[in-house]
Design a protein around this ligand. Structure first.
Ligand SMILES: [Zn+2]
Length: 91
């Protein structure tokens, strides 16, 4: 992937490090400045495992439950693999 000049996600932390949801899209109350209100609740990460596929499944299902369009949900789910949290788990 080529770097674009617009935004470097490594320097700018305005999206969840776990699911990449932009914080301005987060309607909940955030407890952490690194994670969104869905990923981080009651002082801990909601999904603590390190299985990217499993996490993607959980995210996709909760987005669908929140009424997210199925194509958008699939797209966001695909993008999760680029989140800082999963960088080291990708092979
Ligand atoms: Zn998140």
């Amino acid at each position: 992937m080529t770097e674009t000049t617009t935004q470097n996600p490594q320097n700018k932390c305005d999206a969840c490090e776990s699911c990449l949801m932009p914080f301005d899209k987060d309607t909940g109350v955030r407890e952490s400045d690194r994670y969104c209100s869905y990923c981080f609740k009651d002082g801990k990460l909601c999904y603590e495992g390190n299985d990217l596929k499993e996490f993607q499944k959980v995210c996709c299902e909760s987005m669908r439950k929140n009424g997210t369009n199925v194509f958008l949900a699939k797209f966001y789910t695909f993008m999760i693999r680029f989140a800082p949290r999963w960088k080291n788990t990708n092979k």
